[in-house]
Design a protein around this ligand. Structure first.
Ligand SMILES: [Fe+2]
Length: 380
């Protein structure tokens, strides 16, 4: 390309960009909206991921004041502010967010050229007062699993829960498949946002249904830890927790997976990580495991409860079985409910969906599970 045609091309691009930019500002509507309000995800380590969705692609940032300093943290990757996505994910230091107020902002970026950019309007959230203070006792943990698109029943069950959660644990199978971005934002992200109002941390534990479909591989970009993993440990005041990624529920060779899964190597890597953890790092008064498949005594040829017991874990909390059950064992198991149609509870009480609240207080882990009719299915 000659120098003249190179400059001519850039001049034309600049003029078109400026004209389009003018149009987006002249249109009397702000088409850039926050379509799913922010949720604050626990990912282990010292950072939360704040995630939200907008109506159009663009940039994303989180703003707050810390020690008198105004902070703006961007959704960026290797120095480049992400502008080509409708889902925004910003890592924020936990110690700066706890007990603080934050807003999120996204600017519409229709086109980003090499040397020019077309920018539209900005959408911003209301200020959100984030809790997340680490409590030393009386910790309420709302446990949600196996929503399977039964959000109406879930909210009905939650209308009978009086206690306010300090922490929300979404223990997998929030959706039934992960083929598209919409299935992530309209179910998993929206549920996290609706349940928490962006004001308490959300712990996401991957279920087997969140591994199914083309978009499943993208999830870790928003919800994974700093290494892009779904297994990690975290501390929340008096709670020391292990989050297990129990992966798919059948062998890799099963026909449902079309030869496109490799959970065998993930399980090997994760089991080695579990065995490498040091009991000294789990100093909390309460020690819980969150795993979508909570029955881990025979997990693809290995007893995963052996390293978990060595860490002093007290209870595995999970779902997957679509029932409500407390199983006494060396390391007890709690199955928290979710979709419980076709269970004995439906036959006996007409129960369809159940939510569980844990209360950690004075050294005791209390459990209360309530269904969508307000019936208490488990209390101990
Ligand atoms: Fe499941």
């Amino acid at each position: 390309m000659s120098l003249i045609s190179y400059y001519l091309k850039n001049i034309i691009i600049s003029v078109v960009a400026l004209l389009l930019c003018g149009v987006t500002w002249i249109i009397p509507f702000n088409l850039m909206k926050i379509t799913v309000a922010p949720a604050v995800f626990e990912t282990g380590g010292d950072y939360y991921n704040i995630v939200w969705e907008t109506s159009f692609k663009g940039s994303g940032c989180v703003k707050y004041t810390h020690n008198g300093e105004e902070k703006t943290l961007w959704d960026s990757n290797n120095g480049i502010i992400t502008s080509d996505d409708t889902v925004h994910s910003v890592r924020v230091p936990k110690e700066e967010l706890r007990g603080n107020t934050y807003t999120v902002e996204s600017q519409f970026i229709p086109f980003k050229f090499a040397y020019q950019c077309l920018k539209g309007r900005t959408a911003e959230s209301e200020p959100i007062a984030f809790g997340g203070e680490e409590k030393e006792d009386d910790i309420n943990i709302l446990c949600i699993a196996d929503v399977h698109e039964m959000e109406k029943k879930m909210h009905k069950a939650l209308s009978f829960v009086e206690e306010k959660p300090d922490l929300i644990c979404m223990i997998g199978d929030i959706t039934s498949e992960m083929r598209t971005k919409d299935q992530f934002t309209k179910f998993l992200l929206k549920d996290a946002s609706d349940l928490s109002a962006g004001a308490v941390p959300v712990v996401f534990t991957r279920g087997n249904h969140e591994t199914r479909g083309e978009y499943a591989g993208v999830l870790a970009d928003y919800l994974g830890d700093e290494k892009g993993k779904f297994y990690y440990t975290f501390e929340f005041g008096a709670l020391s927790a292990v989050v297990v990624d129990s992966g798919e529920d059948k062998e890799d060779g099963h026909k449902e997976y079309s030869g496109l899964v490799n959970f065998e190597s993930l399980r090997k890597e994760e089991y080695e990580w579990l065995c490498s953890l040091d009991k000294k790092d789990f100093g909390g008064k309460y020690k819980l495991v969150f795993s979508h498949e909570p029955v881990l005594t025979e997990h693809f040829g290995k007893d995963w409860t052996v390293p978990l017991k060595e860490l002093g874990m007290e209870l595995i909390v999970g779902g997957h079985w679509h029932d409500v059950k407390y199983i006494e064992d060396d390391l007890p198991v709690l199955r928290v409910g979710g979709n419980i149609t076709n269970s004995d509870f439906e036959k006996e009480f007409n129960s369809e969906w159940a939510a569980t609240m844990l209360n950690l207080n004075e050294g005791k882990i209390s459990v209360k599970t309530v269904d969508n009719n307000g019936k208490i299915l488990l209390e101990r």
